[in-house]
Design a protein around this ligand. Structure first.
Ligand SMILES: [Zn+2]
Length: 320
């Protein structure tokens, strides 16, 4: 198995004694802990668990990342096999879409927008008339649906960003950069496609969120196997300086803020038990409680409970 970049380990098994060189900036990355193995990828249960590896934090650029990672080819195959309705939940009320729309509407930029990882075009559709809409999407069914909504699909692979010869008033990548090995490289590619004075908007998880700080490498968001890279407001500031962009704003939000109080309290309580009484969680799940049937698949006993109602995401707006 080959792992890209400069990161090479003799052993596939990450352990606390290992220190890595950050593949993005070359700085020193320290171990934050083991990431639980995962049972699902892109909405489908797998025959065998995917190894979680470890979570590392770079002391220079502040990037957090999973290591070891699965090769990109393996990940791409898993994505394409994933359920097409996995990322659906979109009725235009998504908080990241609302935040992104605010930046778009308030900026005086040409009304051309490229959404990288546009899925079925839901965000672009929510902009309403008056925008020329372009998208990049790997999932064929989703890309087809986006096209039906009037989105011009310019590519199905973000590896082709460098080959695109076009400029847009706004380039967005919502819930994308947690999936890529080097977010700085991708932000650079995105900003090349924005015209001078245009906006680049990204949203993703925030490692500095309180809920994440509580659980570290055992936080549900980094245990999702398709997630490999994690940023925070300090990384955004670093990236802006490095790429000669202006960091307009970093807004924080929750993907499930609209969930009822009971559901939010339940998520918080389960995560508190998971954090402070992990033995109790394991015991409950061994009996088939706690959201997973861990009686047959023992590794599920240690899988983190969802905490999507936590305010653990950020949306960063850069101006070129
Ligand atoms: Zn770094």
């Amino acid at each position: 198995m080959r792992f890209g970049g400069r990161l090479q380990l003799n052993s596939k098994k990450a352990s606390p004694s290992q220190e890595l060189t950050c593949h993005s900036c070359g700085g020193r990355a320290r171990w934050r802990g083991r990431i639980p193995d995962a049972a699902r990828f892109a909405g489908r249960y797998l025959d065998a668990p995917l190894p979680g590896g470890g979570l590392y934090a770079c002391e220079s650029c502040r990037l957090n990342f999973r290591f070891p990672r699965l090769p990109k080819q393996t990940l791409d195959e898993l994505y394409v096999r994933g359920a097409a309705d996995t990322w659906e939940a979109d009725d235009g009320r998504r908080p990241d879409w609302a935040l992104a729309r605010e930046f778009l509407m308030s900026a005086s930029v040409p009304k051309t927008v490229l959404d990288v990882g546009c899925f079925d075009g839901g965000f672009l559709d929510s902009l309403g008339a008056g925008w020329d809409r372009y998208g990049i999407e790997i999932h064929p069914d989703a890309a087809g649906r986006a096209a039906q909504r009037g989105v011009a699909i310019v590519s199905n692979d973000i590896d082709e960003l460098d080959r695109l010869d076009a400029e847009f008033g706004v380039v967005t990548a919502l819930d994308l950069i947690e999936h890529v090995e080097d977010p700085l490289l991708v932000l650079k590619q995105l900003s090349r496609l924005a015209r001078r004075g245009g906006l680049v908007i990204v949203s993703t998880g925030n490692t500095e969120a309180g809920s994440w700080m509580l659980l570290g490498s055992r936080y549900y968001y980094c245990a999702i196997p398709e997630h490999v890279s994690f940023i925070n407001p300090l990384w955004c500031a670093y990236a802006a300086e490095k790429l000669d962009l202006t960091l307009v704003d970093v807004a924080q939000f929750s993907h499930q803020a609209e969930r009822g109080l009971v559901r939010r309290a339940r998520q918080a309580a389960l995560n508190m038990i998971y954090a402070f009484l992990p033995g109790l969680m394991v015991a409950a799940r061994s009996l088939g409680l706690g959201g997973f049937d861990a009686r047959r698949q023992r590794y599920l006993r240690d899988y983190p409970p969802n905490w999507g109602a936590a305010r653990d995401h950020l949306l960063a707006c850069f101006r070129k």
